[in-house]
Design a protein around this ligand. Structure first.
Ligand code: GAP
Length: 447
């Protein structure tokens, strides 16, 4: 984990928040490379969950909501973690995280457990009084539940269908840590899948399988993923049952995503508290009922940590170690880099032309500093799948070298074929399927 954190800072993936003031615990900033990775993770999820399905719609609801929402949803009463405090050093801990009944820091005795509500509270308007209390949402789910009828009425979706959302969530966690694994400000990707009550088990199993496959499709190794069924005593207040997709993080197996059967709990709570019907009319059976809900929910940042850990590799290369992120092409922050062999004027002009034609199609970097070997290593550390090298021969034969991150193999390709070749390779085509006029080039040492 230490190596990963340091590489992420050095290469512009993730920085501690407010770092010039010593940071703020549980908050992180994404840098120029990290934001590309984050956008790609969110985009991959949105495409697979919303855009490629007929039974799903997306929304973007407000972070601040009427506090009656959180009273009705049970969060004001129940969204709490058990807190204990060390009687000697006064550090605070989440009791259910502790293996022994003593302070992990100094070994001191602990106070009795008390429940600590982890919602952040603030005030709306200029007066700080009870009537103006609002909460920073701890989950995006409630924005989707309160919009259930709006979506049914405007989207003409029939059951089963889902409402999906991505957005910031805030939790005043008692303890944070393990880099971006547990933060106080983070982003969620979650959806509420509304179903006929007697079909909920079937849909629950369906979504556990679908979500597991999503991680595999994006390159996570199967041996690093497993399912974990929550024991009844560790279920959230709204959950009837929950299966987690766990990932083998550097700190051990931990929850990556939770898939929960929320039954009709939330819709019924809101119906009772607001006086507005949350019933659905089933045209097929001619019945009115409140749907059940299956909710798969994952933290964007936690997913990013899993993708970073899984892609990170240290490989022997001659006398050195090559550090590389083997990101899936859809997730790679930079898809390709254009590297002129020298800064000489005629070569630079040629390389900049190539860069200008490729940049509209891919997230591309132009890098002309240091030796070509160093530049390849730098791109490896960013997880860039392809480098395009322009050399003096390119000026004569109008061809360029494509170097592949994972194998370090190289092919020589006519410049006009670069765009389509890289597009094809990013979508999974083998590097050695050559375009017309292409040829195998040389292999970098150590590959
Ligand atoms: N709406 C359901 C819900 O919020 P949760 O299990 O509390 O369920 C869902 O959170 C997911 O959000 C978790 O599986 C995890 O990926 C992520 N998550 C939860 N708390 C987090 C935190 N403090 N920092 C980062 N990610 C967190």
């Amino acid at each position: 984990m230490e190596k990963l954190v340091s590489l992420c800072q050095r290469r512009g993936f993730i920085f501690p928040s407010s770092h010039i003031y010593g940071g703020l615990s549980g908050c992180w900033d994404y840098g120029p490379v990290g934001i590309e990775l984050k956008r790609n993770v969110k985009e991959a999820w949105w495409r697979s969950i919303v855009q490629q399905r007929d039974d799903m719609v997306g929304v973007d609801t407000s972070i601040l909501m009427n506090s009656k929402v959180w009273e009705a949803s049970g969060h004001v009463t129940n969204f709490s973690d058990p807190l204990v405090e060390c009687k000697d050093c006064h550090l605070r801990w989440r009791a259910d995280d502790l293996k022994e009944n003593k302070c992990p820091s100094c070994g001191g005795a602990l106070t009795e457990e008390r429940m600590f509500n982890t919602m952040f509270k603030t005030f709306i308007g200029p007066v700080e009084e009870d009537a103006s209390v609002v909460y920073l949402r701890p989950e995006t789910a409630q924005g989707m539940f309160v919009n259930f009828q709006n979506v049914v009425n405007t989207s003409r979706k029939r059951l089963p269908f889902g409402i999906a959302q991505q957005g910031k969530a805030f939790r005043n966690e008692i303890t944070t840590g393990n880099f971006i694994f547990r933060s106080r400000e983070f982003e969620l990707m979650e959806f509420e899948y509304f179903v006929k009550p007697d079909t909920v088990e079937k849909w629950f199993d369906y979504w556990v399988e679908e979500r597991f496959k999503w991680y595999l499709k994006l390159g996570i190794k199967k041996e690093n993923l497993k399912l974990h069924q929550h024991p009844k005593e560790r279920l959230a207040h709204y959950a009837h049952s929950c299966t987690d997709i766990n990932y083998l993080f550097p700190h051990g197996w931990s929850e990556l995503e939770g898939i929960v059967n929320r039954t009709d709990f939330d819709l019924k709570q809101h119906a009772a508290a607001s006086g507005k019907s949350m019933e659905y009319f089933d045209d097929e059976t001619k019945e009115h009922y409140v749907p059940y809900v299956v909710e798969p929910s994952v933290g964007v940042d936690r997913a990013i940590l899993a993708f970073l850990c899984d892609a990170y590799e240290e490989e022997p290369d001659k006398d050195e170690i090559r550090v590389v992120f083997h990101f899936h092409p859809d997730l790679a922050p930079i898809k390709m880099a254009v590297l002129p062999l020298s800064r000489k004027e005629n070569l630079a002009a040629f390389a900049k032309d190539v860069y200008a034609t490729l940049r509209p199609c891919f997230t591309t970097q132009y890098d002309d500093t240091q030796s070509i070997g160093r530049r390849y290593r730098r791109q490896d550390e960013l997880g860039t799948p392809y480098c395009v090298t322009i050399d003096f021969q390119s000026l004569e034969d109008n061809m360029a070298t494509i170097r592949e991150r994972d194998t370090m193999n190289q092919i020589r390709v006519p410049v006009p074929a670069l765009k389509n070749t890289i597009l094809a390779k990013l979508s999974g085509e083998d590097l050695f399927v050559l375009p017309e006029g292409g040829k195998i080039w040389k292999q970098e040492s150590g590959g």
